[in-house]
Design a protein around this ligand. Structure first.
Ligand code: NDP
Length: 255
């Protein structure tokens, strides 16, 4: 059997992975052979997610920290160094949404969304890449974008700007780190059934719009991001760099 997609022997840190897309990615990478590090801001949620993964027989450990706090990110990586844990695969997945018309949007809310969804990927990516470069055996970085990496939507300006930035951050990472055999790519999920979208899922008009405007005629499931993540985390994508792959049921392909 091909070992192209085998992640055995690799360690993956997935930020924001106690639920939703991040948890699905942690479980999916673990099933492909990786040891996974689960993260969120809440220690109890991290412990619970690690417990669920371990109960399935996967190698999992937890690391609670806030991706928007540089000192906390640095302390988390120092802890991994102390424990001899080397991150081969980083998925910058942690994110928040905040909906408000731009004319009513406070600068502090704009900044919070940018810090959590974009600057965090630079800060966590920098700590991971420094170590990948020093070890000299390459690495994989996957940044989670969105349909808004490509297209605008009303009331989500900072999220749209952050996710557009994620697409370009992957390219900037590729430009600087490809020489160290690090591949940095993005995944752009369509509308996925997670807690982030609770209000939209419960809104019948929005639900009808999703089903009518997406050629797949439905929302996506978090688990449907896993195949692309394994591809971008594995040797199968060793010459793929700076790309964004939309996993959206074909949404961005139609008008
Ligand atoms: P969820 O709200 O279900 O999960 C978000 C995760 O991020 C949680 O584990 C949360 O844990 C964690 N998190 C939030 N802020 C921080 C922080 N500052 N530091 C560390 N962890 C944090 O969201 P989704 O699973 O829906 O989204 C995951 C990613 O996918 C996000 O980047 C999102 O923008 C993106 N995405 C989602 C889409 C969707 O339709 N759902 C579509 C396109 C992209 P905690 O709150 O405990 O810290």
């Amino acid at each position: 059997m091909s070992t192209l997609f085998d992640l055995t022997g690799r360690t993956a840190l997935i930020t924001g992975s106690v639920r939703g897309i991040g948890y699905a990615l942690a479980e999916g990478l673990a099933a492909a052979g990786a040891a996974v590090i689960v993260n969120s801001r809440q220690q109890a949620a991290v412990d619970e997610a690690v417990g669920k993964l371990q109960a399935k027989g996967y190698a999992a450990r937890g690391l609670a920290f806030d991706v928007s706090n540089e000192a906390a990110v640095q302390a988390a990586f120092a802890r991994l160094d102390q424990d001899g844990v080397e991150v081969d695969i980083l998925i910058n997945n942690a994110g928040i949404q905040f909906r408000k018309p731009m004319v009513d949007l406070a600068l502090s809310d704009w900044q919070r969304v940018l810090d959590t969804n974009l600057t965090s990927a630079f800060v966590v990516g920098k700590e991971a890449a420094k170590r990948m470069i020093a070890r000299g055996r390459g690495g994989k970085i996957i940044n989670i974008g969105s349909l808004t990496s490509e297209a605008g939507r009303a009331t989500v300006a900072p999220y749209t700007v952050a996710k557009g930035g994620i697409k370009m951050l992957s390219r900037a990472m590729a430009a600087e780190w490809a020489q160290f055999n690090i591949q940095a790519n993005s995944i752009g999920p369509g509308y996925i059934l997670t807690e982030m979208n609770t209000a939209l899922i419960e809104n019948p008009d929005f639900n009808a719009w999703v089903k009518a405007s997406n050629p797949a005629g439905r929302w996506g499931q978090p688990e449907e991001m896993v195949g692309t993540a394994i591809y971008l985390a594995s040797a199968a994508s060793s010459y793929v760099n700076g790309q964004i792959i939309y996993v959206d049921g074909g949404w961005l392909s139609v008008l």
